[in-house]
Design a protein around this ligand. Structure first.
Ligand code: NIG
Ligand code: FE
Length: 405
């Protein structure tokens, strides 16, 4: 079989203990200096010190090699943009006030209902191209801008039908907002029914549990129904207020609880005990001009598993995990090594994927080469794209910052 060899000055392994890394382990990246990786087909077959020869050789001497980023929380599929709402927020309106006036999520719902499958696909493809250029090789993608059967199904079909090097993992998010004039409990009943009709198109089910959106009781009922249908629960929790969503995550056996800006110490303890991954989305408080970010230091100290994600959506519009690493470091005081673990191995576990997120024998060959002498540049040299080369499932798909496949 064809051997692809990567020779690099710094290989960031992120060793996989078979679960997310927690606490101090998040800084153990298993760095190999002046080493090589051998890839056969889709998989990594060898990692070790010294340089090697091969049929195809990537010379990354003077450069840094990492596992491809896994983005475990995106709203990839949407129509229209909302740049004017950012200006409204500058003028003093809040995210929730804009939503209550029919803007925000509800506005994107109207645009997405009107868009054809082809339009949604075309826009998603462009975003995926950008993600890949910035080093993301796997992403989760949610529905949730339909709030009705037709559009939720259309969104999930686009996700499932997408042919692109970035692997996508689909999530049903029917309970993303309450359409105006609707009763919350009735709407949850309706979305449980929609879920039963689209469950074959999704791996996860998600809900926006928040004051003024869906209550913990409604979230529990919806996610329990998901479980019974074979979908794995996820939850948008504690973004604006801690109203008890972490307890719901524990009760329903969620794989992750996402946002976690306002989470109290007791909830962090409960999540840590249950091994639920807290997925931080620091891009969201950033664009909302909030000064409060998730308390990463507390989560790590309490050995709760943590990951980071873009939350890509028309409010928080970024495809770039390097930007999220920068925010994790500068706004949440995560060490770069913790942020790397959170963006690779732990992000893969937030999606239940044990076959990636680490440069280890037997793992998928999802690998990126940074134009930087060491990994610390990820938290230091900001606002630029440091990713030079991307290898996805053993194939070079980005070279010299350009798509080549
Ligand atoms: O995770 N907060 C709820 N849902 C998304 C935002 C979606 C939107 O504003 O369009 C989030 O931030
Ligand atoms: Fe989200």
């Amino acid at each position: 079989m064809q051997r692809l060899v990567i020779n690099a000055s710094e290989i960031v392994v992120v060793p996989d203990p078979g679960r997310p890394r927690v606490g101090k382990e998040m800084r153990d990246l298993g760095i190999i200096r002046d080493g090589h990786i051998i890839v056969e087909g889709e998989r990594i077959v060898e990692v070790g010190p010294g340089f090697e020869r091969g049929d195809e050789v990537i010379d990354a001497r003077g450069k840094t090699v990492l596992p491809g980023f896994v983005d475990p929380h995106t709203h990839l599929i949407f129509a229209g943009t909302r740049e004017d709402e950012m200006m409204m927020r500058l003028d003093g309106l809040t995210y929730m006030e804009i939503l209550k006036r029919g803007g925000g999520i509800l506005r994107t719902v109207r645009a997405t209902r009107e868009a054809s499958k082809e339009e949604l696909e075309e826009q998603a493809r462009r975003r995926l191209d950008t993600m890949l250029l910035h080093g993301t090789t796997t992403a989760e993608a949610k529905s949730g801008y339909g709030l009705d059967y037709e559009t939720e199904r259309k969104m999930l079909e686009v996700i499932n039908g997408m042919k692109h090097p970035v692997d996508l993992v689909p999530t049903f998010l029917g309970a993303h907002a309450l359409p105006p004039g609707r009763d919350g409990d009735e709407f949850i009943d309706e979305m449980i029914d929609v879920m039963s009709r689209v469950r074959h198109l999704a791996k996860f089910a998600d809900i926006f549990c928040e004051r003024g959106v869906f209550t913990p009781e409604q979230s529990r009922r919806y996610l329990m129904a998901a479980r019974e249908m074979g979908l794995v629960p996820k939850i948008h929790a504690d973004e604006i207020a801690d109203i008890g969503c972490s307890a719901v995550a524990v009760d329903v056996g969620a794989i992750s609880a996402d946002h976690m800006v306002r989470t109290c110490d007791r909830s962090i303890k409960a999540l840590a005990d249950a091994g639920i991954v807290a997925v931080f989305l620091p891009g969201t408080p950033y664009v909302l001009f909030h000064t409060e970010f998730p308390r990463a230091r507390k989560f790590i100290e309490m050995r709760a598993p943590v990951a980071i994600a873009t939350d890509l959506n028309p409010n928080c519009f970024t495809e770039n995990m390097q930007m999220i690493i920068s925010l994790a470091v500068t706004r949440m005081r995560m060490h770069v090594d913790e942020a790397i673990t959170a963006a690779t191995l732990n992000a893969a576990y937030a999606l239940g994927l044990g076959d990636r997120g680490s440069i280890q024998e037997g793992k998928l060959a999802d690998i990126i080469v940074l134009n930087a002498p060491n990994r610390l540049h990820l938290g230091y040299h900001f606002g630029v794209n440091l990713v030079d080369t991307v290898i996805k499932r053993g194939r070079v798909v980005v070279k010299g910052q350009r798509h080549v496949a």
